[in-house]
Structure formats: C-alpha cells, structure tokens
Design a protein around this ligand. Sequence first.
Ligand code: ATP
Length: 591
Amino acid sequence: MEKIVSLCKRRGFIYQSSELYGGWNGFWDYGPNGAELKRNLRDTWWHAMTRFRDDVVGLDATIIMHPSIWKASGHVDTFNDPMCACKSCNKLVRADQAWSVLEETRWFASLAATFDPASTSCNEEKLRKWIPRDGSQHAPNLALIRDPDAAFGRIAARISSGAPLDVRDFVQTLATSDPASGWRTPCPHCGGELGDAKPFNLMLKTNTGPIASEENVSYLRPETAQAIFAQFKNVFDSSRVRVPFGIAQIGKAFRNEITPRNFTFRSREFEQMELEFFILPDEAVELICGSVLPFTEGMDLSEPKPNWGWEVWHRYWLKERTDYYRSIGLPTEVLDFYWQSEADLAHYARATVDILFQFPFGCEELEGIAARGNFDLSQHQTHSGKPLEIFDEELKAAAANLDEKQREDFIQKTHANRRKPETTIEETRAYCESLFQGCYIPHVIEPSAGLDRLALAILSNAFEEEKVTDAKGKEETRTVLHFHPRIAPVKCAVFPLLKNRPELVAEAKRITALLRRHMAVYYDESGAIGRRYRRQDEIGTPFCVTVDFDTVGENGPENQGTVTLRHRDSMEQTRVRVEDLIQILSAHLAP
Ligand code: ATP
C-alpha cells in the first residue's frame, strides 16, 4: 500500500487534501493523472449504465436537499456508527473498527509480541522491559503503564481462572483498570481505556440561509440514492419510461466517518455511482404473466424477460456489474462476493450482495447490490403526503380477466406469502385491490458503487514492480500500471527520437495533434527514449509512438510514413503506418 500511495503522489494521481496546512483527515485530491483516471471510470460507468441501454436514464441532483428527505429515508434517526471515546485522551474511535485500527499501531505489535499463548504465566520480565521502551512513549495511558503491579495481578487471576486467553484478552487485561465494569479495548492513540459504544450520526451538517439555527440545519447528502427516489415521479412523468426502468446518478456524497483510513478507501468526501432500477412487485408480475420465473443457477440472464421477479433481477444486476468490472480490467478472479445473511440485512432489504476486491489491506467492499423492496418510495410517499404510485394499463387489463373467486384466491395467496407477519388481511386486501386497479409502488434493485474505491482498486490491481533486463543486459525494476486502455489517463504518448532534429519534432507534433482529436495524448521530447518509456509505464500509458529517421524518410522510402508503436505490457515494438494509428489505437479503446 505504501508503494501505491507514494506512486500516487509522485505521479500526480492522488494527494492529501490541504497538505500545505498539514492535511485534512479523510479528504483527498486527485492530481492531473488521477483526475483523468476518475473521469474515465465515471464515463465507463455512465456509458454502461445509461447510454448503452434503453431502460436507464440519468439524473444530476443537488448535494443539499430538503432535510425532510433524510428524515423519511431514516438517515436522521438511524444512519449511525457505534463510537467509543477514550477516557484519557478523548479521541474517538469507531467501536467495530477499534481492534483493526489498534492492530495497525506499532505499540500494539510490540506488546502482542510479548504474549505466548502456550505459557501459563505472562512474561513479566519482557513486559517490564516493554514499559519504558515502546509503552511509555506510544501508549502512556495504558493501565499496565499506570500501575504495572495491578496489571500483573489481573493477568495472573485471568490465567488461573482456566479460561483460554488469546492475544486480545491479554491486551484487554493489560488495558483495563477495573474489570468489574467490563474488559476494555485500549485506545489506539494513547493506550487509555475506551468507553462504551454510543451511536454517532454520520451525516455532515450545515446551515442554509444567513442564520445558523436549528431550524435551518441541512445535510450534505450521505448517499446519492435518495435524490433519485425524491425525483422518481418527475423522471417517470417526463421521460417516457415504463417500469422496469432505472435512474442512474453519479455524484459526491459525504459521511463524517469516525476513523477515515486505508488511503481513499474510507473518506469523508467521496463519489458514488448509483442506480435505482425500478421493477414491478412480484404480485404484479404474476397477474400480468401468470407466474414469476424463479431464479435457477446457470439460467440465461442476458436478456430481461417480463416474467422476472425481484430475485432474478437482483442476479441480473450482479451479472451486469461483474461484466462491467471485467470490461475495465477487473476480472471475476480478483473479485469476491459476499451475500449478507438474514441477520445482517436491513429490515426492508430482501437480499444484498457485496462485490469485494482484494485491496492490499484486505478484501473489502467495492459495491453493494441490494434488493430494497419498495421501502424508499413508500417512506417518501408517507412523509411527503404525495402519491408515488404508478398506474400500469397492462396490469389493470390482466386483473380485469380474473373472476371474483380468482381474485379472492389471489388475495389469500398474497396474504399467505406476506413478508411481515403483522400485516393484516385487510392490509393485504387493500394492496391487492390497488394492484387490480393497475396501481403499485415500484420495487427497486440498487447497485451502489464508490468511484474512489474503484479508482483505488484499479490502481492496486494495475500496480506491478517488474524485473526487466535493459538493452545492455542489466537487470532493473520497472514500475508499471497495467491499466485497461479504456481507463488509462493517457492513451498514447508521442516522442520524437531526438529533440534537436526539427523534422522529427515537427512530425511528432503533427501526429500528436492528429491523435488528440480522438484520445488523451501526451507529447514528450525530453530525456533518453528508455526513460520516456519508463515514465509512461509508471502512469499506465498503454501505447507509445516514436518518430524516428525512418518515419521522415531519411533511411530511404521503405519505412517512410511509419512509426514504432510500443506496447506497455509486452514492451514489444511494431512498425505501423501513421495513417493506421487511429484505427489501431481506437480498437483498444472501444467498450
Ligand atoms: P462500508 O460498510 O464500507 O462503510 P457501506 O455499506 O456503508 O460501506 P454503502 O452505503 O452501501 O456503503 O455505499 C455504497 C458504496 O459507496 C460503497 O460500496 C462504497 O464503494 C462507497 N462508500 C461508502 N462509504 C464510503 C466512504 N466513506 N469512502 C469511500 N467510499 C465509500
């Protein structure tokens, strides 16, 4: 990770925000190459999700919206992370991440190294040496340091109790002055005792209007999705779409993360790429098609069908998203899939699968794909008092074909399959009656990805330090980013072989101008050609074109009008005609 962070800074991909003033935790800026990389990723997502489809349209909504939206969505009341405060230094730590943050500290590693799980006593001698060395300096508030004898007494008591002791128990014992109040996790910053976890709302607040008061508190959106729900009706009424269809949005989101960490992975300001794909409720599909197609492993998901229910749509979007990642250079082999258990799922969610990537610091979420039922639109309908149901002529016509008995059977079946046991038969009846009239609130499948996490995954996946042998037989290390050409910040670099030969420079500049109309090109004339190649390898440029004496016909007419085209990954050089360049390069850039 350190190598990637350093390359990102050195080659203008990512810098710490406000570095001039010592940095600002949880915020990152994208430099010239990073801005291009991000733009390319954004474009590939937008193209895959909207332009290449008939059934998805776009939206670009504001970051600050009516605060009631966040009340309706549940963010005001429940968008919380558990947070602990250190009783000594008052610093805050996210409770569920306290151990992983702690385990990254140097003092924890050296303390843990004194622990021997096989031993029946703690190694007091080693610990006494640790105290003045690492301990007092980096964890001065650890209970062990404040009162070593009491800590040794606690360890002895815990060992003699016969209960198995692992390294976390060992560290907790050394960190806790009063076990009666519960074993404590030490503070990663000073070793002090962390207090009990309390919910902490992650939304960043601001005020709109000239007076800062409780009445005009507003929030920087913590996700882009809610704007899609809030504008659902407008989009539906103004864009000639029919369910099933989707609304896609890319934009900034803000979360006051308690412990931003792992470079850009967990930031306080980040960009999301979200799709809300609206589908018919399964009951409506059943009325129209007679039955709902169940999901089966290996089924054909290439073309959506009218009899798909939420489960097949959910699998379809998982396939679509996996195909997308493959198209930008993240094949299925570098991804992992985590299906949330019933216990993990939000109360309204039917299924959620997380697409994970093996980051240098562990396998972590890149994107979540959730089947959210009609929770969000229903909430906004209730809170706004405005109907968000839609009317479907085909549904009404299908229901009109049912006789009284068939309708009653349908109601009873729907009631028997209800998700919430507390739903009354009257509620089920009202819901079915509404379906018979052709009205329903659409359900939704939500693929939600983070652009910054994707950029980090792409950088980690592309990074390689390769041993190569140079022309003189000397071994050296080549740092290379194996970006897919579609997302590389620069697609092609153009070099004149020598910068003091005007005819070579003129031709290289002419070719640069020619290519520039089609792709991002970089002209470079300084330094030895090998050094220029290495510079481009480091920023992941897939192709380099060199204009030499053959190009300008100095070695005879045979190779006149040709250049060398150097391929980044194989380092192979081929001779191609200048007039074929655009076609050759474009073939690699097409989706
Ligand atoms: P996590 O569990 O990692 O906090 P989440 O499940 O809360 O993520 P969602 O609310 O589902 O995330 O957001 C969708 C996507 O937005 C995530 O998959 C991730 O790519 C991105 N994302 C969420 N929080 C952050 C953040 N703090 N920094 C960068 N990207 C983020």
